[in-house]
Every structure is written in structure tokens, then in C-alpha cells.
Design a binder for this molecule. Sequence first.
Ligand SMILES: *Cc1c(COP(=O)(O)O)cnc(C)c1O
Length: 422
Amino acid sequence: MIYQNTLEFAQAQDNNDHLNCYKEQFHQPAIDSEDVLYFAGHSLGLQPKTVRAAIELELDTWAQLGVDGYFSGDTPWVSCCELLTPAIARLVGAKESEVVCMNTLTTNLHLLFASFYRPTKQRYKIICEDSIFPTDRYVLETQARFHGFDPNEVIIEVAPRKGEHLIQEEDILAAITKHGEETAIVFFGGVNYLTGQFFDLNILTKAAHDVGAYAGFDLAHAVGNLPLKLHAWNVDFAAWCSYKYLNGGPANIAGIFINEKHFELPRLGGWWGNDKETRFNMEKHFSPMASAEGWQLSNASVIGVSMLKASLDIFDQVGIDNLREKSINLTGYLEFIINEVIWDRYPIKPLQIITPKEVEQRGCQLSVKLIDTNYNVFNMLSQAGVIIDFRKPDIIRIAPVPLYNSFQDIFYFGEQLRRVLY
Ligand SMILES: *Cc1c(COP(=O)(O)O)cnc(C)c1O
């Protein structure tokens, strides 16, 4: 697509965009009754307007039926979680038996590690990216200690080369080969939260399997952002949260993928993972379901499930492939606009996009490094109603989300960026 930095161009793109109507289906945050330019879907997706009614329906059920809500009504609570499964399976490219929504992300990572990380003296290392999200790092550190290992010996970080911002795939593959038979798990953020780099999960999985290790991924920044094919890629396990690109609402129920090969693995159990037929027989022995559902511990928050369901219904209407097609153009437009604006200040380079240029190596987010400028740029953009975020020491993350961002949003972002830079 040939882009132009004009309002007419952006309007024409929006008029031609058959997904543009979905913007209307989300509440648009405002400051002093002025709509903001919202580019923070990487942190918290916007609220679908259908969510309120979905919650009220469950409140009514609770009010009218009390405990009977578990077994009667349109969507009995006992199985409400299953309503999420088909849409989630489509989004991550899994069989329905391989996914379940439960708990929250960090909790789920620990539960997955309980099954997939059982280190021995011979095989105990975990290979990950050096800018791994802090909670993931804490999971790895505490898992290592929990098993009596030294995290410094367990965690092998692959870093960008000197002077670079992105991790080269060949360096990951080299690390996997080097640590080979000592490697228990290759564990990466599918899309790195800081740089927006999308790793080739198929290739990383193959490399992990070649040395006899598991491949697991944190998909917090990938799910709902890019089409995924976890089953076809032969991934062993994955986890994600639902409040970023899935628009499930703050801290709402998360999800996991467990490849069907692994349904027999040992795990930490709870009654909700028990065979549904005998769950309420209150028997002594745990007999887990032979599916990802067998990893559930507790009955899920009905309100949370109803909120996420409202959002997933929209994903099902739109289709992740259509979203991706728009996303590529939208993020391409943001890239073009940022480069246009900074070009005008040549030869001074006030900022630099560090996210990969290749569309297959990124989702919707662009990360921008502040160079010849300072944190004030971020403050000034915020004051002008541009909602983005800042990660120390010098990275701004901007996510144009194809469900509710428009080409005009990006044009106006460019106008604000020019104003604060010049
Ligand atoms: C957002 C995010 C989390 C958040 O974890 P919670 O347990 O939901 O608080 C974890 N990991 C990554 C990579 C994230 O991007």
C-alpha cells in the first residue's frame, strides 16, 4: 500500500475499510469529554459495549435463581467456561480439547511449569529471551529455586547483539544447540512485550524438540493480535491473558494450551479438573479429564466468563485473518507516519522504531526508542490525550488495534507527534 500523510488519505482508508464499523462497538475513553487517541490495547483492550448487558444477565440469574444458576438458566454456570473454548481454539489454532480458560496468566504459568518443568541433574536449563516480561522471569527464578536449582545456572538468556535491539533467530537456535541435552524448556514470549518482535514459534519448537526439550510460549501479546497455529506448530504448552488484545477486561480469566500429546502429564489438581461425570460425587481420588480442562482447579468467575464471551463473539464475527489483514496496513501506516514526521527533522533523529520492519516478525505494536529527545515527549503526548505507554529507560509502545483503531487515529497521532517534537 502506498501511504500518504494527509487527512484525506486516512479518511479514504477508513471509508474503504469494512472493519471500520467495529470501532463503534467499543467504548471510547475520553478526558474532559474529549475522545482520546487510544493506542494502549497492548496493556488493556477497550470495553465492548455488549459487556454490560452480559454482566447484568448473570446478576439477574444470581438474583433470581441463587445456587440453581449453576445448573439451570440459558448458560448454566457449571459449564459456562466451555462457551469460551471454540473461539479461543480458533484464535490460537488448537483443537478444542487443547485449550481451557482458567485463573490468571502468572498462576497458569506456574501450573504449566509444574507439569512441564521437572528438572533433573542432566536436564534443567530454561532458554528464554533476555527482555522477558518480569513476571515470567520471576516464574522461572522461583521454579528453579523451588526445585533446588540455582536460577543463574538454570536460566539461559538470549540477548540482542551489541548495538542491536532485536534478538536474531540464529542466536536463539545456536543457544538451543549449545545447551542441547541440558535444556528442559525453550520458553519465549510469542511477541516480545517490549520490542514487539514476533518469534517464529514453529522454528523454535522444532529446535527445542531436536534437543529433546519442550517448547512453551507466553502469548500475552500474541493472542488476538496475530493468527496462531499452536497445534500445527507442535507447540507443547502456552498461556496468555485475556485483557490485552482479547478485550476481556482488567485481570479477567486467562487461558492455556496443552498439546494433546501431554494430557497424561502429572499436574497440580483441583476438583474442576476432575472428570465432569464424577465431579459432584465427592469422591476421594482425583480422576482428571484427559484434556486441557483437566488442569482446571476451581470453578470460574461467572461474571468474568460473561465479559470475555462478549468480546470473543466479536472476534468470531470479524475473524482473526481479516483483523490481521487490516492490522498489517494500519501498523504499516503508523510506521510510515512516524518516519515521515522524524524525517522532517533530518539530520537529527529524535526517535527510532525498533520493532522489526518485516510484517511477519511483528504484530500491531510498534516500539519506539527515544534517542535525541527525552521522557518529556511521552508526557506531552499524554497531556494531548494520546494514550500510549512508556517503559524505562527510553521505549514508547504504540499499538494500533484493528478492531477499534482507525487510519484517522494514526493521522492525528502523527499531528501530535510533530507538535511535540518541533
Ligand atoms: C501482561 C503480561 C503478563 C501479566 O501477567 P498477569 O498474571 O496477568 O498479571 C505476564 N506476562 C506477559 C508476557 C505479559 O505481557
